[in-house]
Design a binder for this molecule. Structure first.
Ligand SMILES: O=C(O)CCC(=O)C(=O)O
Length: 282
């Protein structure tokens, strides 16, 4: 990664790795997405089973987003460790990097986007190192619901307040509000399939619905942080009502893990994200 990219990342809170994945890699991920959505690679909590007569399009259109696809698919897991992405991450974060989340967005025409938010609200690192790699699996455009960002909104490390909303353009995830930026400051990040948008966990970002006439806006999003930081991420599935001191359902993608002595856990299971109704805990 060039010094120019590092400088622009520090200033803007995001950068684009153009064509980091080649057409073959993207094609393989798209085929894997169909297998995942058909349920061929394992259960997805909240998903209806696909019928034998369902076409791939029938099946894909039922999904807005599948959380934790790397737990179902070796292809998705390998992509978490993609050399072009990991090289950027070690430059931006440091030599020791772990991943804790993946999300496979399908977002066919008519499906909603996600309101303004900061990823660190959902995945709280202790050292503010949370970083996303948003991998476009289709050309992402304003029409089909690309990412929008508020450049520089990460800079002060402020987490803005959040609230429920009933804006039909967005899924049921809470929205950030009360921040000192206007919608007119927002920049669409249109990228070609295979390109990766890398962005800071404090960057305010959103996406709009897919209003293109026909087709998908698929993206694979992986989240990373410094392996040197604890990850006090709540694990409500355990039913304790308390967050964990250190979430250990992680994948080391570079360097060494100073907390390896604790071992790893399997805490999260693949699940769908509801598009409007129902809980939406990220
Ligand atoms: O791709 C989208 O529509 C939203 C993605 C997003 O906001 C995120 O990954 O945090």
């Amino acid at each position: 990664m060039t010094n120019d990219l590092t400088t622009s990342y520090e200033r803007d809170g995001y950068l684009v790795l153009d064509h980091a994945l080649d057409a073959g890699e993207v094609g393989e991920l798209l085929e894997e997405a169909v297998r995942i959505c058909r349920g061929e690679l394992g259960d997805i909590s909240g998903a209806l089973p696909a019928g034998a007569a369902d076409t791939d399009d029938d099946v894909l259109r039922r999904f807005l987003c599948v959380h934790y696809p790397h737990k179902l698919s070796g292809v998705m897991l390998d992509t978490m460790r993609h050399p072009a992405v990991v090289s950027a991450l070690t430059t931006l974060i440091g030599p020791n990097v772990k991943a804790m989340q993946s999300m496979l967005f399908i977002k066919s025409e008519g499906e909603p986007g996600q309101a303004w938010h900061q990823d660190e609200l959902f995945i709280p690192t202790r050292d503010r190192s949370l970083t996303a790699a948003w991998i476009a699996l289709d050309d992402a455009t304003v029409d089909n619901g690309c990412l929008w960002v508020l450049p520089g909104s990460h800079q002060h490390g402020v987490l803005y307040p959040n609230r429920e909303h009933d804006d039909p353009r967005y899924d049921c995830t809470v929205e950030s509000y009360g921040f000192p930026f206007q919608d007119s400051d927002a920049v669409p990040v249109e990228v070609k399939a295979g390109s990766v948008v890398v962005f800071n966990g404090y960057l305010l970002h959103k996406s709009l619905p897919n209003t293109a006439g026909h087709g998908y806006r698929r993206a694979l999003v992986n989240h990373y942080m410094s392996a040197e930081s604890l990850l006090p991420w709540a694990v409500p599935e355990q039913g304790t009502g308390m967050g964990q001191a250190d979430f250990r359902d992680v994948v080391l993608v570079a360097g060494t893990d100073p907390y390896a002595y604790k071992g790893l856990e399997n805490l999260r299971r693949p699940r769908i994200r509801p598009n409007r109704d129902g809980g939406c805990d990220r």
